[in-house]
Ligand binder design. Structure first.
Ligand code: NAD
Length: 317
C-alpha cells in the first residue's frame, strides 16, 4: 500500500502503452484511478480493470475544455500522458498533434489551476542533438522535432500555470511489453524484426540512446506520488545510467538471443537526431532505481513476438 497523501488519480491517456502498465500499479498500491482517454488506439488494454471498484473510465478528448474540467473534479493528482507520441506521428498530423500536445496540456492546467499536482511524462527528445558529453537537467533544451517542441511548450505551460504543483519527468525511450503494445519504439521494433523478419538494416549505428522499461516508467510515477513534497517543482531525467548504449550495442544484444541478419548501412537518417548520454543522478540520489534491464526486456519481447502479428492487408499471406 502506498505511503502517499494522494487518493484519487486522474490518468490522461491512460489507455496507451504507458497507461496500461501504470493503471495496474496504481490500483495495486491502493489508489483510486480515473482514466480519461479518447481511445485513439482502442481500449482493450484496460478491459481487465473494469471489474475493479477503484477503477473508473471516462471517454473524452483532451481538446474539450469542459470534458477536462469534469474529469479533474474529485481527483487530487493528475498523471498527464495523453499525447500524439513520437516525431513520425506528429509529422503526419502536425495541427492535430499540436492541439492535443500543447492545447490539451493548457486545458488541463486551466482545469487544475494548482489545486492538484500534475505529474507530466515529458521526454529526452526535448534535448535534441547535443553538444555536451553528458546531458543533465541543466542542459539547455534544443528540440529538433515537432514532438520535442510540443513537449517543451507543454513543460512551460505546466511550470508557469500550475502554481509550482508539478513534477516533470524527461523519460528515456521505453521498451517492454504492455497492455497496449507499441512496436515503434527502438528496442521493441528491433526485437520484433529480428524474430519475425530475421533481418535488420541499421543506420546511424554509433548513435547513443538511453532506455527504460515501461513498468519502471509506471514505478517512477508511484515514486513521485510517494515523494512529492521533496520532488515538487522540479524536472528529472528518468532512466538508468546502465542503459545508455548505442543502436549497434542494442542490435548485438538482441543477436545474442536471436539468430538474425544484421546489416550496418551508411545511408539513412533519423529526423530525431538523438545521440546522447543522459545522467540520471538527480532522481537516483533521491532513491529511485529502475528494476528491469534491457536484456530482461529483450527476453520478454522475444516471448511476446510469438503472440504479435502485424498484418499487411494488401497481402494474402
Ligand atoms: N513510450 C515512450 O518511450 C515514452 C518516452 C517518453 C515519454 N513518453 C510519454 O508518455 C506518454 C504516454 O506515451 P505512450 O507510449 O503510452 O503513448 P500511446 O500513444 O500508447 O498513448 C497515448 C494515449 O493518449 C491518448 N490520446 C491521444 N490523443 C488524445 C486526446 N485528444 N484526448 C485524450 N486522449 C488522447 C491515446 O488514445 C493513447 O491512449 C506520452 O505523453 C509520451 O510522450 C513516452
Amino acid at each position: 500500500m502506498s505511503e502517499s497523501r494522494f487518493k484519487k488519480i486522474l490518468v490522461t491517456g491512460g489507455a496507451g502503452y504507458v497507461g496500461t502498465s501504470l493503471v495496474p500499479e496504481l490500483l495495486k498500491n491502493g489508489y483510486k484511478v480515473r482514466v480519461f482517454d479518447n481511445l485513439r488506439y482502442g481500449g482493450d488494454g484496460l478491459l481487465h480493470y473494469f471489474s475493479d471498484k477503484n477503477f473508473e473510465f471516462v471517454k473524452g478528448d483532451i481538446r474539450d475544455k469542459k470534458a477536462v474540467e469534469k474529469a479533474v473534479e474529485g481527483t487530487d493528482a493528475v498523471i498527464h500522458l495523453a499525447c500524439i507520441v513520437g516525431f513520425p506521428a506528429c509529422k503526419k498530423e502536425p495541427e492535430l498533434s499540436r492541439e492535443i500536445n500543447v492545447g490539451g496540456t493548457k486545458n488541463l492546467v486551466e482545469a487544475t489551476n494548482g489545486r492538484a499536482p500534475i505529474f507530466f511524462a515529458s521526454t529526452g527528445s526535448t534535448y535534441g542533438q547535443l553538444k555536451e558529453d553528458l546531458c543533465t537537467e541543466n542542459t539547455p533544451v534544443n528540440p529538433l522535432s515537432d514532438y520535442g517542441k510540443h513537449k517543451v511548450e507543454a513543460e512551460e505551460i505546466i511550470k508557469n500555470g500550475n502554481k509550482g504543483e508539478y513534477v516533470i519527468y524527461r523519460y528515456a525511450t521505453a521498451f517492454g511489453v504492455s497492455g497496449r503494445m507499441r512496436l515503434d519504439l527502438l528496442p521493441n521494433d528491433f526485437t520484433y524484426r529480428a524474430v519475425k523478419e530475421k533481418s535488420l538494416i541499421l543506420y546511424e549505428k554509433t548513435f547513443l540512446r538511453t532506455f527504460i522499461h515501461v513498468r519502471d516508467m509506471a514505478k517512477s510515477f508511484l515514486f513521485a506520488l510517494e515523494n512529492y513534497d521533496k520532488m515538487k517543482g522540479e524536472i528529472y531525467n528518468v532512466g538508468d545510467n546502465s542503459m545508455n548504449c548505442s543502436k549497434e550495442d542494442l542490435a548485438k544484444m538482441i543477436r545474442e538471443k536471436v539468430d538474425y541478419y544484421l546489416h550496418f548501412a551508411d545511408v539513412g537518417h533519423d529526423i530525431d537526431q538523438r545521440d546522447y548520454m543522459v545522467s540520471y543522478e538527480k532522481i537516483s540520489s533521491l532513491g529511485f532505481r529502475t528494476t528491469i534491464t534491457l536484456q530482461e526486456g529483450i527476453d520478454e519481447l522475444i516471448k511476446a513476438a510469438e503472440a504479435l502479428e502485424v498484418r499487411n492487408s494488401y497481402s494474402n499471406v
